[in-house]
Design a protein around this ligand. Structure first.
Ligand code: S3P
Length: 170
């Protein structure tokens, strides 16, 4: 199997962007953050999009963006935490790339996202929001080819682990 793209999925704050950037550097591939791409294409932040057009609008733009990006190859994608909720997105990811799910404990996630106000689904009581969404999405990331818990690991060992697995597959 030749890997066309590397797709990182996982709950908010699991390290998709940080690890994705480093992976892309190591592979000499392009790094694409689908949230950032959507914000650029829509000329507004994700928070504004949720507020002005609603979550359903964001989800449809998100699906279209994932499809468009995955038509290419040699890319590391960091996807939004909810991108895996649509079956069409999951199958597109599995078909067009090697999917890596990053996991972390609720405590670690809460610490990592606490300073960032840019996540509309985490507004209000942060602890409650993270716990509720994590419960709802308990198995949402299980479809990935590889699952890694990032709670206790530094970026470099995670990147090495993923590279090792992709070499084995590629
Ligand atoms: C979301 C996660 C966010 C972003 C949007 C919705 C989610 O991305 O796509 O706020 O539903 O989990 P990150 O996982 O990069 O924070």
């Amino acid at each position: 199997m030749t890997i066309r793209n590397l797709v990182l999925v996982g709950f908010m704050g699991t390290g998709k962007s940080t690890i994705g950037k480093r992976l892309a550097e190591r592979l000499g591939w392009a790094f694409i953050d689908t949230d950032a791409l959507i914000e650029q294409q829509q000329s507004m932040t994700i928070s504004e999009m949720f507020r002005v057009h609603g979550e359903a609008f964001f989800r449809s733009v998100e699906s279209r963006t994932i499809d468009e990006v995955l038509a290419g190859e040699g890319q590391v994608l960091a996807t939004g935490g909810g991108a895996v909720l649509a079956e069409a997105n999951r199958s597109s990811m599995l078909r067009n790339g090697y999917v890596v799910a990053l996991k972390a404990s609720a405590e670690v996630i809460i610490k990592r996202v606490a300073e960032d106000q840019g996540r509309p689904l985490l507004q209000g009581d942060l602890k409650e929001r993270v716990n509720t969404l994590m419960k709802q999405r308990k198995h949402a990331y299980d479809f990935a080819h590889l699952i890694i818990d990032t709670s206790a690991l530094d970026v470099d060992p995670i990147v090495e682990l993923i590279l090792e697995e992709t070499r084995r597959k590629g």
